[in-house]
Design a protein around this ligand. Structure first.
Ligand SMILES: [Zn+2]
Length: 106
């Protein structure tokens, strides 16, 4: 990606590089989740998530229920793709020019 500041690269370009959990792990991404209501932040353990969902599972544009007791909120997923410094929300359209993949359910 040349000399461009990695923190200025838009999410859709990162999605082009890493669509699946397996690709994110291979590329050294760090993931967190954050609740929109109570702001609870949690580390997403990629190894465990891959065991549960499989390497081909994608977290892009997904949400999940908050896991804090009695919180009705939903969480978004955030990532710090290597070599970025700042977290970005895992929200982006499908990158143009990338062939669609078959989403395997796990
Ligand atoms: Zn919450």
């Amino acid at each position: 990606m040349g000399s461009t500041n990695p923190d200025r690269i838009p999410a859709i370009q990162w999605r082009r590089q890493s669509e699946t959990l397996g690709e994110m792990r291979a590329n050294g991404w760090r993931l967190t989740s954050r609740c929109r209501t109570c702001m609870l932040e949690m580390v997403v353990n990629l190894d465990i998530l891959i065991l549960l969902k499989g390497e081909d599972f994608s977290l892009w544009n997904r949400t999940a229920p908050c896991r804090r007791l009695y919180c009705p909120g939903i969480v978004d997923f955030w990532a710090v793709p290597h070599p970025r410094a700042l977290a970005m929300k895992l929200a982006a359209d499908w990158p143009p020019g990338v062939p669609p993949r078959v989403q395997r359910s796990a």
